[in-house]
Structures are given as structure tokens and as C-alpha cells.
Design a protein around this ligand. Structure first.
Ligand SMILES: Cc1ncc(COP(=O)(O)O)c(C=O)c1O
Length: 503
């Protein structure tokens, strides 16, 4: 949705009435953005039911788990999101690198289920999507379509996943189990970097009025969810850390970009803590670094385009990371040989494997590597905190691991290989391919978006250019109160309650 004003209009009262009926029947209450941002405000009666509902099923209550505060052990809420501070013996840099765990999100064990909800709910409560009449189409380069399919299932409507054929087998296996109809998994040509092919397929699907496309690359719900929910969660983690050491400062938020939703947390943190924002991308497809193109295997990271919701004029650094390194860490962190090497020679506590390193997927590895490179480039010290996200866990990439072992290590990963991965791909990362952006660099990146959005996708020049000013992005936060108000009204209507009963 390219014009933010159109996000709040009630499009069709009949569709809205039918949606309310569907929510009533399916016993769905929709959480507000404010509740997801601050889960302690979730009504106690909902919290009390948490222990009855497993996190991995399509249950309406799991919508109230679309935030960073889930306690995987108890099923309840944590006071502070789960995070780890990587040991310097692993990173080779003094700056603390802090990682929040995305596998704490329900149903898909990955954080992309949050933006899926955030793209859908504004349309749902504005009569722009009716689950009994429409199919929700989820164009994706990774987990977003899984999140979308999970939420569609809760609403008992068709959810269509559109994703590149080159994604991991585990993703397709998961989708096969969750979609209502097997034809709802649509494979587009290529891999991560083939986003244009995804757009083309969506244009085709749009011709059928029953299909509603939730284009995460252009929906401001994606931006706002991460600005408000992820941004506030990182702030909470940082204040937790500062409780032990008040000298700490938040140096930067580091994130690879797919739809560029997650990196919106960087905007929030810059506003609140004065931190910098670093986007990471594969050197094999250096779009931000040098308008480049190419294939890569950092799954979840879309490329060769600038997402409409990426506030690139607020970006401070771009960090290039090789997929060779993220693939190699997938092997080092998740094989007996790799783990044996790390505990024997690098003093890594064996409990740390399952509790942290085994919970890093490919883009999580890339995030960590980008943080290491940035720490070196900026010569950061022990008080300079870098925060990033483990977007999903290593479980999604078992078959990718086998492929790496056979293509790079002749089918057998031994101790020498482990030492080489550690030295070359982890602590040996240099500070090359790190760009500190000037105004001119930002304008170059901003202008690159013109070709996708104005020339190919038909956005007006006026709407496109409005995003150059920071005021545009500040004002987006106003949408939260409007959307929350609409969500509350729909909840009230669906439950035949008096307005004051739902807060
Ligand atoms: C595994 C993984 N990592 C990273 C990302 C990128 O996150 P974002 O789309 O918020 O930029 C995605 C997006 O789908 C993903 O699936």
C-alpha cells in the first residue's frame, strides 16, 4: 500500500461485517499494536489461558504471542525479551554483540509472523480484506509467507505463499503441512535475490479479485510493527544490560534487509538512544553497496531492489557479508565436530550451543558477522553495544548444512575445517565492504528505488518522493492509534461487548 492515508479508510462495510462475523465464529480477538509493544498490558484473562495453548499451533490465542517477550520454557511472558551477549572469544571484538532470539515467536519460530499480522490487520479492520471471500497472498523471500499462512489459518481463510523455488526444503515441508490447499504454495524462479519475479507473479494473481496481496515490501504495517514492537523490545534489552553497567551506550542496530521491516527498529532506537543504523547485505548481491546484482544463499534477504518501506535516508552504514561465511557458521555451530572444536579450543561452554548458537539461522549468522565487521570498522570498545536479531533458528537449514558440507568440505567436516572456519569466517572477518554513508550515498540508494516503485509498480512520483523526508516516517507512528482504535472497535463488535469491556 503505497499511500499511507489509504491504510485507514473503510473500503467496504459488507466485507467488514462479514469479517466481524468470521472473527466471532472463530473466537478470534485481535491484539492491538500497543499490546504487542507492551505485552504486560495484555488482559489477564488472556494471559491465564496461555499455558493451555501450545505455541506451535494455529490458535487465536497465539496472536497474543506476536512479540519478543515469550518464555519458551513456561509458555508465559518474560519481563525482558530473551537475548544473548556473544562471548568475545567467539567474536574477536571487545564491543558486546547482543542478539535477540526470533525463534521465540509462535507457530513459525521466526519473527516474520509479526509483520505478517501487521500487514493484514489494518486491512482486516478497515473492510479491505474479508477472510470469507478473499485469499491472502504472501509474497516472500523467506519466513513471511509462513507467518502469513499461519495467520490465515487462524482466520480459517486461504493463505497463498509466493516464494522463490531455491528456498530451503524445510520451508517447503513446513508450508505443505500448513496450507489449506497444496496449490497455495507458488514457487517463483530463482533464489533470494529474485524479488522482481515475485512481484510479477503477484501482478498475475492480482488479476483475480479474490486475491489480496499483502506486499510486505510496501506495507507500512511491516515498518510500524518493527519500529514500535521490535524497537521497544531492543530498548528494553538495552536498559536491562545497562542495569549492570550504566556506562554502556547503544552504538548501532544491525540488520540484514529483506523487506527492510526489521531495520525499522533502527529508526526507533536512533530516535530514543541516538544509535546508528547498519544494513547488512550479501557481497554476492551488493545492491545497497554498489547497485549490484547476483545470487546468494543468505535466505530471507531479498535483493536487487530497495523496498518501499526502507527509510534509506536515515541509514548510516551498509555492511557486506559473504554467504560463504554464513553457510560456514551454519556448519561450525551445528555439527558435533564444530561444537567440539569450539568447546575444546575456544572455551565455549557446551550449554551455549543449544541455548544460543543453534538458534541462529543463515541470516542470523549474517547479522552477527555484520556486527563484528562494524565493530572492527568503527573500532568500538567494551562499552559500545551492537544489537542484532537471530531472525530464525538453524532448524530451517539442516539440508543447507548438508549441502555446504558436501560442496565445501568434500562431505566430511573435520577439526581442521572447523579451525579454518573459525579463523577465516568468524574472528578473522576484516572491516572490508563496510560503507559509512554520506548524503550522496543515501541519495544514490534512495534513487535506485525509483525504478522498482515508480517505473515498474506504478507508484506516483509524489508518493515516492515524500519518503525522502524524515517527517514522513515520524508521522507514520500516528497510524498506530488509528489502527488500534479500529482493532478495538472490531473486537467489541465481534464479541457483542460494550466498548468499555475491551481495552
Ligand atoms: C530468515 C530471515 N531473515 C531475515 C529476513 C529479513 O527481514 P526483513 O524482511 O524484516 O528485512 C527475513 C525476511 O523474510 C527472513 O525470512
Amino acid at each position: 500500500m503505497e499511500n499511507k492515508n489509504s491504510e485507514t479508510l473503510v473500503q467496504n462495510q459488507e466485507w467488514l461485517d462479514s469479517t466481524i462475523e468470521r472473527l466471532r465464529k472463530a473466537n478470534v480477538v485481535l491484539p492491538t499494536f500497543s499490546q504487542l509493544r507492551n505485552p504486560s498490558t495484555i488482559p489477564p484473562e488472556v494471559l491465564r489461558m496461555f499455558h493451555e495453548v501450545p505455541t506451535d499451533i494455529a490458535h487465536p490465542l497465539n496472536l497474543f504471542r506476536l512479540h519478543w517477550y515469550n518464555d519458551l520454557r513456561t509458555g508465559g511472558l518474560r519481563e525482558v525479551p530473551e537475548y544473548t551477549v556473544l562471548p568475545t572469544s567467539l567474536t574477536g571484538v571487545a564491543a558486546p554483540i547482543v542478539v535477540l532470539f526470533g525463534d521465540t515467536f509462535p507457530m513459525i519460530s521466526a519473527h516474520k509472523v509479526l509483520p505478517a499480522y501487521a500487514c493484514l490487520v489494518p486491512r482486516l479492520v478497515a473492510g479491505q480484506f474479508d477472510p470469507s471471500r478473499h485469499r491472502a497472498v504472501w509474497p516472500s523471500t523467506g519466513n513471511y509467507c509462513r507467518g502469513g499462512v499461519a495467520i490465515s489459518k487462524i482466520l480459517n481463510c486461504r493463505g497463498v505463499a509466493v516464494l522463490p523455488e531455491g528456498m530451503s526444503k524445510e520451508r517447503f515441508d513446513w508450508l505443505d503441512q500448513w496450507v489449506i490447499d497444496k496449490s497455495d504454495v507458488i514457487k517463483t524462479p530463482g533464489t533470494e535475490s529474485n524479488v522482481k519475479e515475485i512481484y510479477d507473479k503477484c501482478a498475475e494473481l492480482r488479476a483475480d479479485a479474490r486475491n489480496v496481496i499483502f506486499n510486505q515490501f510496501a506495507e507500512f504495517g511491516n515498518y510500524l510493527a518493527h519500529y514500535l514492537v521490535t524497537g521497544a523490545a531492543v530498548e528494553k534489552v538495552f536498559s536491562d544490560l545497562r542495569g549492570d553497567n550504566p556506562d554502556l551506550r547503544l552504538a548501532a542496530f544491525v540488520s540484514t534487509t529483506g523487506s527492510a521491516g526489521t531495520i525499522a527498529a533502527g529508526d526507533y532506537l536512533k530516535d530514543r538512544c541516538g544509535s546508528k543504523i547498519a544494513a547488512a547485505e550479501p557481497v554476492e548481491c551488493p545492491t545497497l553497496l554498489r547497485n549490484g546484482y547476483g545470487e546468494h544463499n543468505i535466505q530471507g534477504i531479498g535483493d536487487k531492489h530497495i523496498p518501499y518501506i526502507h527509510n534509506v535516508m536515515n541509514l548510516d552504514f551498509v555492511v557486506g557479508v559473504s554467504d560463504k561465511s554464513s553457510d560456514a557458521l551454519n556448519v561450525l555451530f551445528n555439527t558435533d565436530t564444530g561444537r567440539d572444536f569450539l568447546s575444546k579450543h575456544k572455551d565455549v561452554d557446551s550449554r551455549y550451543f543449544d541455548s544460543a548458537l543453534g538458534r541462529f539461522g543463515l541470516s542470523s549468522n549474517a547479522n552477527v558477522l555484520a556486527a563484528i565487521k562494524l565493530a572492527k570498522h568503527q573500532k568500538l570498545g567494551a562499552d559500545d553495544v551492537l544489537v542484532t536479531i537471530a531472525t530464525d533458528g538453524a532448524d530451517m537449514y539442516k539440508t543447507e548444512r548438508q549441502k555446504t558440507v558436501s560442496s565445501e568440505y568434500g562431505g566430511q567436516f573435520d577439526q581442521l575445517d572447523a579451525a579454518e572456519v573459525f579463523g577465516c569466517h568468524l574472528t578473522g572477518q576484516g572491516s572490508g565492504e563496510v560503507d559509512e554513508l554520506s548524503l550522496k550515498d543515501r541519495e544514490r540508494i534512495f534513487n535506485l528505488g525509483y525504478y522498482t516503485w515508480v517505473e515498474q509498480q506504478g507508484v506516483t512520483l509524489e508518493d515516492f518522493a515524500a519518503r525522502k523526508k524524515q517527517d514522513f516516517w515520524y508521522q507514520l507512528s500516528d497510524l498506530q492509534s488509528v489502527w488500534d482504535q479500529q482493532i478495538r472497535q472490531v473486537n467489541v463488535a465481534a464479541r457483542d461487548l460494550q466498548p468499555e469491556a475491551v481495552e
